[in-house]
Write a protein that binds this ligand. Structure first.
Ligand code: ZN
Length: 375
C-alpha cells in the first residue's frame, strides 16, 4: 500500500498579521480599512475543510520545524534577513514592495520556510509518498534582497537549496503554477543549471514587466528558466495543454530527482487578483498530472507548497482537490459546490490564442529542449 500524503501546517501560519489593508493597499486616503487580501482566511479554511470532511484522517499531519537563519541566508542577503527581523521585532512595516511584515512575522516566516524544508525531508526520507505544505507567509515573489507581493522569504527556493545541500541532488525542478510570475525563484536560480524553474502565469499581471517567455536564464543557467505566460481568461484546458506540450517534455529531458511545486490557487475562477478560469476540479487534474510526472521521473518525490489564492470561499476546494490527487483518495466532497455558478464559463475550452501563446514558448525554448510538434 502506498504511504500517506503528508500535510504540514502550524497554527502560527494563521497568525502572520498583514493588517487592515484592502486587497493589497494599506488603509488611508480613500481606502477604507478592510481585511488585507493576503489574510489568514483562505488558508485557515483549507485546514478547516480537511477537518470538517474528515479527509485530514487520510493524511499524515506533520508539524514544521523553524528554518535556521543560515538556511534562509542560502537564498537571501543577510542584510535583508536582518531587515525583516527588525521590522518584525518593532511594529511591522513593508520589507520591500507590498511585503507586509507584522509583529512577530519573522518567526512565522522561518516556520513557513521550515514547512517546505520539513516537506523535502519527509519526501526524501520516504516517510510519506508526497507532501502538501500550507506555508504562510507565501514565498515565490521574495527575491534575494527584496520582499515582494506578500512574500518575505522564498520557501520553495530555500527548500531546493536544502535538498541540494543535504541530499546532494543535482537536478531539482521547481514548477510554479501560482497565477503570478515566480520572480523570486527565477531570481534565485537564474544562472543555476541544477535548479530548473518553470513558471506558468497570467501574462503581464504581477510583478510588472516580469515573466516574459524570452527570459531564459543566464550563464550556465541559460535554458534552465522557463516562463509560460498565458493570456487572461485561460482555464483548465489551457493549463493542461501547457503542461503536456511544454512542461512535461522539458521535465523528461531534465530528469529531476525531486519536484517542488509553488502552488498558488489564485488562477481560480473566483480569484480577485487574477483573471483566469481554473476550477477546483481543474486544480485536481493539474496536481494528478504532476504527480504522474513525479512518479515517472523521480519515484514520486513531490513537495507542494501553498503560495497565493485570495478567494477565501473557493481556495479550500481547490486545495482539497489537489490534496486528493496527491493522496490518490477521494473526499466526501463529490461535487464542486460552486458548479452551478461556473458551469457556463469556458473553463475547459482551449482557445486559439491560448494555443498560440504556448506555441510561442515552444518556439523560444526549442533552442534548448526538443519538442514533438503535432496536433
Ligand atoms: Zn499569486
Amino acid at each position: 500500500m502506498e504511504q500517506k500524503t503528508g500535510f504540514i501546517y502550524d497554527e502560527s501560519y494563521f497568525w502572520h498579521d498583514t493588517g487592515n489593508g484592502a486587497l493589497f493597499l494599506p488603509p488611508g486616503g480613500w481606502i477604507e480599512a478592510d481585511e488585507h487580501g493576503e489574510s489568514p482566511k483562505s488558508k485557515r479554511r483549507v485546514k478547516n475543510l480537511l477537518e470538517r470532511t474528515g479527509f485530514i484522517e487520510e493524511l499524515k499531519v506533520m508539524k514544521p520545524r523553524s528554518a535556521t537563519k543560515e538556511e534562509v541566508e542560502r537564498n537571501h542577503n543577510p542584510s535583508y534577513v536582518e531587515k525583516v527581523k527588525a521590522l518584525s521585532d518593532a511594529d511591522g512595516g513593508d520589507a520591500g514592495e507590498l511585503a507586509v511584515v507584522g509583529r512577530g512575522s519573522y518567526e512565522i516566516a522561518l516556520l513557513s520556510v521550515g514547512g517546505a524544508i520539513t516537506g523535502v525531508d519527509a519526501v526524501m526520507e520516504g516517510t510519506v509518498q508526497n507532501v502538501y505544505a500550507l506555508t504562510r507567509p507565501p514565498g515565490h515573489h521574495a527575491e534575494k534582497e527584496l520582499g515582494m507581493g506578500f512574500c518575505l522569504f522564498n520557501n520553495v527556493a530555500i527548500a531546493a537549496h536544502h535538498a541540494r545541500e543535504k541530499y546532494g541532488l543535482k537536478r531539482i525542478l521547481i514548477l510554479d503554477w501560482d497565477v503570478h510570475h515566480g520572480n523570486g525563484t527565477e531570481n534565485a536560480f537564474y544562472d543555476d543549471p541544477e535548479i530548473l524553474t518553470i513558471s506558468i502565469h497570467q501574462e503581464l499581471n504581477f510583478p510588472p514587466n516580469r515573466g516574459y517567455a524570452e527570459h531564459l536564464g543566464e550563464g550556465a543557467g541559460e535554458g534552465y528558466n522557463v516562463n509560460i505566460p498565458l493570456p487572461a481568461g485561460t482555464g483548465n484546458a489551457g493549463y493542461y495543454y501547457a503542461l503536456e506540450k511544454v512542461v512535461f517534455p522539458i521535465a523528461e529531458q531534465f530528469k529531476p530527482e525531486l519536484i517542488i511545486v509553488a502552488a498558488g490557487q489564485d488562477a481560480s475562477v473566483f480569484d480577485p487578483l487574477s483573471r483566469m478560469l481554473v476550477t477546483a476540479d481543474g486544480y485536481g487534474k493539474i496536481a494528478a498530472l504532476v504527480k504522474e510526472l513525479a512518479k515517472k521521473l523521480c519515484d514520486g518525490r513531490l513537495v507542494v507548497c501553498h503560495e497565493g489564492g485570495y478567494s477565501a470561499a473557493y481556495v479550500p476546494f481547490c486545495s482539497l482537490r489537489i490534496i486528493e490527487s496527491l493522496s490518490g483518495l477521494k473526499s466526501k466532497v463529490t461535487d464542486d459546490p460552486y458548479y452551478e455558478a461556473i458551469k457556463s464559463l469556458p473553463t475547459d475550452v482551449l482557445a486559439k490564442h491560448q494555443v498560440e501563446a504556448i506555441e510561442k514558448v515552444i518556439e523560444i525554448q526549442s533552442s534548448f529542449w526538443t519538442f514533438t510538434i503535432n496536433a
